[in-house]
Design a protein around this ligand. Structure first.
Ligand code: UDP
Length: 451
């Protein structure tokens, strides 16, 4: 039965794993508060309705020629989605209004689906943007035009380790910029000016983690900011995965001792080459530590999966390591055998790790990941930086430091404290708990259903 007491919310998702996951989780949470939920999605990477029997779905015809899910929408694609999906969403919502089962009281859209703001304006309902990365990233991205105007770009290699003016703790190397393609960067900045039509901001974060960035976002946009994370803990039961999860790894983890396994995953988008995969393999093998390693099919250029590894790789690692195509990551990070996470520092992975008290090795690849990695290592002090070209010796040393070194033990202790603080935030009286109540009140105050 759909929950319809408070009216219907339409959530517009962007077709990437890291974007769709937190929006679907938020849908689950808001459904439990009394809203009916409709998920508007593209043809590409649609959510699986059977995982969400309590939601209804609106298919937006995106007109893009995707042939399989290994493709990633480009910047041009996302402009096209925003152009082509506007009229269909408006028509579908107007139709829905006429057939009213319950009134649409608000649109919550991924910041990359900015066309939805204009649709919400047209039907005169609140439009809330869901920013799917962390507050510090959006705040750093917003500072790029100023830094450009002040002549900091292009910056020299000699400046990489300098702190960016007014952006502590970020160094120039941590900025979310495409140094090698400043034309593209300018295009992204121009597009970002479209992101500003919203009546409130929602983030999957916790206020104690990034209080000052949250405050700056609020001051910059002059709208309410609701920080309602970690959503993975508020909606733990729903499956949001686009790929099939290999659950056998949980039985393997059950046979490992506490805190002994390093979990290695670089998310849904990252790519590597055969050299990097081979160096990673030898780094893991030589570290002497147990590991669970996700190698996504198609993520190594020129290979289908792990063909570039030594033919006898299974004998080399024996029972000490397991390689899978896609893991049930939230369950993995909750498992007591997992003592560390080597990550690309996507925001969902980071929140999942922080809320389970798992310290990290940070290998950011691009954009928001570099900002997030800096916060993990420098602000929250629960991770080690493993940046630049990966080679087996450096990997081996870093793994040992995290898993069995004194520094690693200190980070694990600190990560446990953050886990406890995060848990406090989602329980009665906590900051995310309160923010969620305020979000519900905001939605109701701005549009009370008539039926
Ligand atoms: N994930 C998963 N299994 C894997 C690897 C990743 O379920 O083997 C999930 C992970 O739990 C997270 C999402 O995929 O929720 C990745 O999002 P993130 O923001 O960390 O990175 P992105 O994929 O967007 O780079």
């Amino acid at each position: 039965m759909e929950n319809q007491r408070l009216g219907r919310l339409v959530l517009v998702i962007y077709p990437l794993q890291g974007h769709a996951t937190p929006v679907l989780q938020l849908g689950d949470v808001l459904h439990s508060k009394g809203f009916a939920i409709t998920i508007a999605h593209t043809r590409f990477n649609p959510p699986n309705p059977s995982n969400h029997p309590h939601f209804s779905f609106l298919l937006l015809p995106d007109n893009l020629p995707y042939s399989d899910t290994s493709q990633t929408p480009s910047v041009d694609d996302f402009e096209a989605i925003n152009r082509d999906c506007h009229a269909p969403l408006q028509e579908l919502l107007e139709l829905k209004e006429q057939r009213v089962d319950c009134q649409v009281v608000g649109i919550i859209f991924d910041s990359l689906m900015y066309f939805a703001a204009t649709v919400a304006d047209h039907i005169k309902i609140p439009r809330l943007v869901f920013m799917t990365s962390n507050a510090a990233f959006y705040q750093a991205f917003a500072a790029i035009p100023r830094l450009m105007a002040e002549g900091f770009f292009p910056f020299q290699d000699s400046m990489l380790h300098e702190i960016v003016p007014q952006q502590y703790p970020l160094r120039f190397k941590d900025l979310p910029v495409l140094r090698e393609n400043m034309d593209m960067m300018q295009k992204l900045i121009d597009l970002a000016s479209n992101f500003q039509k919203f009546s409130a901001i929602i983030l999957n974060t916790v206020d104690f983690l990034e209080q000052s960035s949250l405050l700056q976002l609020q001051q910059q946009y002059q709208v309410p900011v609701f920080q309602v994370g970690p959503l993975s803990k508020l909606a733990p039961a729903i499956s949001t995965s686009f790929l099939k999860e290999d659950s056998n790894c949980i039985a393997w983890l059950d046979n490992q001792t506490a805190n002994s396994v390093l979990y290695v995953s670089k998310g849904s988008l990252s790519m590597s080459d055969s050299k990097e995969l081979t160096e990673t393999f030898w780094g893991l093998a030589n570290s002497g530590q147990s590991f669970l390693w996700v190698v996504r099919p198609g993520s190594v250029s020129g290979s289908e999966w792990t063909e570039v590894l030594p033919k006898d790789f299974k004998e080399i690692i024996g029972e000490r390591g397991l390689i899978v195509k896609w893991a049930p990551q939230k369950e993995v990070l909750t498992h007591s055998a997992v003592g560390g996470f080597w990550s690309h520092c996507g925001w969902n992975s980071t929140m999942e790790s922080l809320s389970e008290g798992v310290p990290m090795i940070c290998s950011p690849q691009f954009f928001d990941q570099k900002v997030i990695a800096r916060y993990i290592t420098h602000e929250w002090k629960v991770g080690l930086e493993l940046d630049g070209e990966l080679e087996r010796g450096g990997i081996e040393r870093c793994i040992r430091t995290l898993m069995v070194g004194k520094n690693g033990a200190e980070m694990r202790e600190r990560a446990t404290e953050l886990k406890q603080m995060t848990s406090v935030s989602i329980h009665e009286g906590g900051s995310s708990y309160n923010s969620l109540i305020e979000l519900t009140e905001f939605l109701l105050a701005n549009n009370i259903p008539q039926n």
